[in-house]
Design a protein around this ligand. Structure first.
Ligand SMILES: C[S@@+](CC[C@H](N)C(=O)[O-])C[C@H]1O[C@@H](n2cnc3c(N)ncnc32)[C@H](O)[C@@H]1O
Length: 445
C-alpha cells in the first residue's frame, strides 16, 4: 500500500516557522496547540511542496517549542544579564508567564530552541556564527550548570521550578529512587510512542506485520503493540478493518484494573469518548451491561460510533452530571448496585504532558484545587452505586499526589464501607507511556 510518509522530525531551519510562531503568539491564552494547528495552519496560506509532510514537520517543531518555551526565555534572560551573578530561577519562575515571549524576536526564539533540541543552530544566514557566539557561550554555561535537584534541571527538561514540591511528593508516594526521579524528568522531553490496543481474537504478530507493511514503524513490547512516531496508523488496513484501537498503555492498564467478568454490570461514570469503556467491554464479550455516562453528550456520540465500529452491543450511554446521584437502571437496582464502577475523573492531565507539552502551561494551583473538589464530588456520588462486595476504581491521567493518593485517602476516611485493594502509578517513568494513576477499592459485603 502506497502511503504518504509523514515527517518524523522537526525542521528548525524552515523559515515558515517564524510566521507560525508569530501567529501562535496571537492565539488566546490557554488555547490547545493541536486544535490550533489543525484549524490555523491551513489558514496561513504557507507555500508547501508536500503539504502533509511539511505541515507535520512544522507541527513537530511547534511541539518542541511548547515543551521548551520557558527554557528559551530563561536562556535569553541569562544572556541579557549584564553581570555573572547567579540567577534565582525560583524567583524568576514565580513571575514568568508564556505571554512574555511575544516580544522576543522569533529568529532568536528558534535559535535557542534548535540549540536545545538539536545541539546546533538552524541553517540560514539569520544565525551568523559571530553574532551568536555570546548566546552559544551562555547556552554552554547553562547546560553545564544543570545538576540534579536544581531549579535549572527542571527548566532544562521543560518543567517549571515551582513544580519541585509536587515532584517531591510524587517521589515519596511512589518510593522513587533518585534514578527514577531523574528518568521521569528527562522523559518529559520526549513524546512517548503511540500505543495500540488489539481487539479480541487478533493475532499480535500478524497485525504488527501488516502495520509494518503499511509503512508504520510498529513494534511489539511484551504483550503490547506500539507505533514509534505514531503516524499514519489510521490509514492502515488493521485500523480500517477494526483490528485495533489507539490507546495509551497506561490507559489500557486502567481498563484492565476493572476486573469485570462477562455477564456483570459496570458503570463507567466519566466515560468521555469511551477509551476505557471500549477496552472494558471488549472483555465482556457483549455479555452483561456497561453503562457509560458523561457530562457531555458530544463525547458519548463519539463513544457510540466507536462501539459500533468495534461491534460492541452491550454499552448503554447517557449524560450524567455528578451534581446528582445516578438513578440505578432497573437491572442494576435488582442486584443493589453495580459490580464495578469506574471513576476516570477529570484531572489536570499532568501525566499527558509528554504528548501534549502545551498542556503544562495551563496547569495552575487554582485549577488543581477546583478539580480536586470535582473529583471528590464524583467519587461521593458514584460510591452508593457500588453493590456490597463490588469494586470502585478511581483513575486519573495525572501524577499529582493531591489528585491521586490524597483523594483515595480522603475517600476512604469518608466511606467506612470501602477498603483499598491496590493503588499505583502507571506508565512513565516505569514505561515509555503517559503517566496515570489507578486505585481499586472494594465495598464490604
Ligand atoms: C479523564 S476524562 C474521561 C476519559 C475517558 N474515560 C476515556 O477513557 O476516554 C474525564 C471525563 O469526565 C467528564 N466530566 C467532567 N465533569 C463531570 C461531571 N461533573 N459529571 C460527569 N462527568 C464529568 C468529562 O466530560 C470527561 O469526559
Amino acid at each position: 500500500m502506497k502511503q504518504t510518509q509523514k515527517a518524523s522530525a522537526p525542521n528548525f531551519s524552515d523559515p515558515r516557522l517564524i510566521e507560525v510562531w508569530q501567529e501562535w503568539q496571537k492565539a488566546p491564552p490557554g488555547q490547545a496547540l493541536d486544535k490550533w494547528l489543525k484549524y490555523q495552519l491551513p489558514k496561513l496560506h504557507l507555500r508547501f511542496e508536500d503539504a502533509k509532510t511539511e505541515r507535520a514537520s512544522l507541527a513537530l517543531a511547534m511541539i518542541e517549542a511548547l515543551r521548551f518555551q520557558q527554557l528559551v526565555a530563561a536562556c535569553e534572560c541569562a544572556f541579557e544579564q549584564e553581570d555573572d551573578a547567579p540567577i534565582d530561577w525560583h524567583a524568576w519562575d514565580a513571575q514568568w508567564q508564556p505571554q512574555q515571549l511575544a516580544p522576543m524576536d522569533p529568529t532568536v526564539f528558534w535559535g535557542w530552541l534548535s540549540l536545545r533540541v538539536e545541539g546546533k543552530l538552524p541553517n540560514g544566514r539569520a544565525y551568523h556564527q559571530f553574532e551568536w557566539q555570546g548566546r552559544r557561550h551562555c547556552f554552554g554555561s547553562l547546560s553545564g550548570a544543570v545538576v540534579a535537584g536544581s531549579p535549572l534541571q527542571l527548566l532544562w527538561h521543560g518543567l517549571r521550578p515551582s513544580w519541585r514540591s509536587l515532584l517531591d511528593q510524587r517521589a515519596a508516594a511512589s518510593g522513587w529512587s533518585d534514578r527514577d526521579r531523574a528518568h521521569f524528568i528527562t522523559r518529559q522531553t520526549q513524546t512517548p510512542p503511540l500505543w495500540l490496543r488489539l481487539l479480541p481474537n487478533q493475532d499480535l504478530q500478524a497485525v504488527c506485520a501488516q502495520l509494518q507493511a503499511d509503512d508504520v514503524n510498529a513494534k511489539i513490547v511484551g504483550e503490547h503493540l506500539c507505533a514509534l512516531g505514531g503516524r499514519g496508523v489510521q490509514a492502515t488496513l488493521p485500523y480500517k478493518r477494526g483490528q485495533l484501537e489507539i490507546q495509551d498503555l497506561a490507559s489500557q492498564q486502567i481498563a484492565a484494573a476493572v476486573g469485570v467478568q462477562p455477564g456483570q454490570k459496570v458503570w463507567d461514570a466519566c466515560a468521555g469518548a469511551g477509551g476505557k469503556s471500549l477496552a472494558i467491554a471488549a472483555r465482556m464479550h457483549n455479555k452483561g451491561s456497561l453503562y457509560a455516562t458523561d457530562l457531555h453528550e458530544h463525547k458519548l456520540t463519539e463513544l457510540k460510533r466507536r462501539a459500533k465500529r468495534a461491534e460492541i452491543s452491550n454499552i448503554r450511554s447517557f449524560t450524567w452530571d455528578a451534581k446528582a446521584p445516578l438513578k440505578l437502571p432497573q437491572e442494576v437496582a435488582r442486584q443493589q448496585g453495580f459490580d464495578w464502577v469506574l471513576v476516570d475523573a477529570p484531572c489536570t492531565s499532568a501525566g499527558t504532558w509528554r504528548r501534549n507539552p502545551d498542556a503544562r502551561w495551563r496547569f495552575s494551583a487554582t485549577d488543581s484545587r477546583e478539580l480536586v473538589a470535582i473529583q471528590q464530588q464524583i467519587l461521593t456520588q458514584a460510591a452508593p452505586a457500588v453493590r456490597a462486595g463490588g469494586h470502585l476504581v478511581y483513575a486519573t491521567c495525572s501524577w499529582d499526589v493531591a489528585e491521586n493518593e490524597a483523594q483515595v485517602a480522603w475517600f476512604l476516611a469518608q466511606h467506612n464501607g470501602f477498603s483499598l485493594v491496590s493503588q499505583r502509578l502507571l506508565g512513565c517513568p516505569s514505561e515509555d507511556a503517559d503517566t496515570m494513576f489507578v486505585a481499586v477499592m472494594v465495598r464490604a459485603e
